[in-house]
Design a protein. Structure first.
Length: 445
């Protein structure tokens, strides 16, 4: 499967080869920002100059800073400038029109390759300059990350997981088929994915590290869009989860746990997992434990509306619709409860369940359920960078960080939905989108 995906990705890259390439900005570029939300606090600064040297921010200066004559200047004085956004829960190979499980048998690895390239491009142009992919076909996200880093295609920085670890019959297993059919369709399903008992968990984590993942994903409860399981049911024992966390941490990797139900959330927190994905049915004990242990919640509170709105059109089975109805509203209530209790929150949307590029639609819901716009933005910048272990490089507009910078025309601190219409995108000092700046630097779209 991995070989097929690599070939598909290479052929996909050739198909995109005729796209205009982003033009590197000169060695030193000066960005005049009318307003800057640098995400180091909830406050905004006005009239500043950001000095970009190569792919890094050299300094952030007052607006009175003397820019040398003849310099390249990007004029964003009529905009609000922010750090590139970070989505901590994406699936870059996934398509939002494939809810009916039979659709997975209608494509090929080439289909996934084309989707991954398109989705990465759309995500970057939406202002998300870094993402964490927490579940794609075996090591597809690793290959995609490498293709972006090597300059073959445009896309965000990718923190890549391998295939999520699941118990037999769990959220990550292939359920609903006879034993003969399952083995025929998925002969390699056990490879790097299904793990029962601490020894298999340990071996699987080590294998994923061997093949280059940045983060380990475990499925600690049942799911919503999967077949034959319950979102509230725990999967993996405490000992299995602790083994996953210990092995990953020993290798310098963090661990994300898909967990809807209260018992699975509790086990994951106590096992030392770094983030709880979804946290939909968290109870008061879970919330208190998350705060005590400093565990992040990554709660995808936008996509419920999208899933239910498209369920009939996309052929979502009735059982899954009922699970989504049960989980969605409770998750939003628990988002507000957890945030007010002081649980650390990072931005994550489950992109791929809804169309990639619409990631910023979640900000409105985060504000609706308790956050200020500034807090929601910091969840997608400062907090997200901390969760993924990249704070020295991304998450704020500060000297030494990558020059990952976006801009919007309106004030996102007054109307957070301004982030749904990002006008300017720079990643690593390269301008990929420019619909606002008065500058000669070429844009790419």
């Amino acid at each position: 499967m991995k070989t097929k995906f690599v070939l598909a990705l290479l052929l996909t890259t050739l198909a995109f080869a005729q796209q205009p390439k982003p033009k590197p900005v000169p060695k030193v570029t000066y960005i005049r920002a009318g307003h800057l939300f640098d995400a180091t606090s909830d406050n905004r600064r006005d009239n500043v100059v950001i000095v970009v040297e190569g792919d890094r921010i050299k300094s952030v200066e007052a607006g009175s800073f003397a820019i040398p004559n003849g310099s390249t200047v990007i004029d964003l004085r009529n905009a609000t400038v922010l750090p590139g956004l970070i989505d901590c829960h994406t699936h870059l190979t996934a398509r939002a029109d494939r809810y009916d499980p039979i659709n997975y048998f209608k494509g090929t690895p080439f289909t996934e390759g084309f989707a991954a390239v398109r989705n990465a491009h759309s995500t970057l142009l939406a202002g998300f300059t870094t993402v964490r992919d927490v579940g794609s076909p075996p090591f597809a996200a690793v290959d995609l990350r490498n293709a972006i880093n090597d300059g073959f295609i445009s896309g965000p920085r990718v923190v890549a997981s391998g295939p999520p670890l699941s118990i037999t019959g769990g959220h990550g297993d292939v359920n609903g088929f006879s034993p003969e059919t399952r083995v025929t369709l998925f002969p390699d399903q056990r490879d790097f994915r299904i793990a029962d008992g601490v020894d298999q968990v340990r071996q699987t984590v080590r294998a994923q590290v061997k093949y280059g993942v940045d983060v380990i994903k475990v499925l600690a409860t049942g799911g919503v869009l999967s077949q034959g399981d319950s979102p509230g049911a725990p999967q993996f024992t405490f000992e299995e989860l602790k083994t996953a966390a210990d092995e990953a941490h020993a290798a310098g990797r963090k661990v994300a746990a898909h967990a809807h139900g209260a018992e699975g959330i509790k086990r994951a927190i106590l096992a030392g997992i770094d983030s709880i994905e979804h946290a939909s049915l968290a109870n008061d004990e879970d919330i208190a434990l998350a705060k005590e242990h400093g565990t992040y919640f990554v709660m995808d509170i936008y996509n419920d509306d999208y899933i239910l709105g498209k369920a009939v059109e996309f052929g979502l089975p009735a059982a899954n619709v009922e699970k989504e109805k049960m989980v969605g509203r409770t998750q939003r209530e628990n988002f507000e409860k957890a945030f007010k209790a002081g649980v650390k929150m990072a931005f994550g949307t489950d992109a791929g369940v809804y169309p990639h590029g619409d990631n910023a639609k979640q900000f409105k819901y985060m504000v609706q359920f308790g956050m200020t716009p500034a807090q929601a933005i910091r969840a997608a910048t400062f907090n997200a960078a901390d969760l993924i272990g990249r704070s020295k490089d991304v998450g704020t507009v500060e000297a030494g960080k990558f020059a990952d910078i976006i801009a919007v025309s309106d004030d996102p601190l007054a109307n957070v939905q301004a982030l749904e219409n990002v006008q300017f995108v720079m990643k690593g000092g390269v301008v990929y989108k420019d619909k606002i700046a008065n500058t000669a630097v070429a844009a790419i779209e």
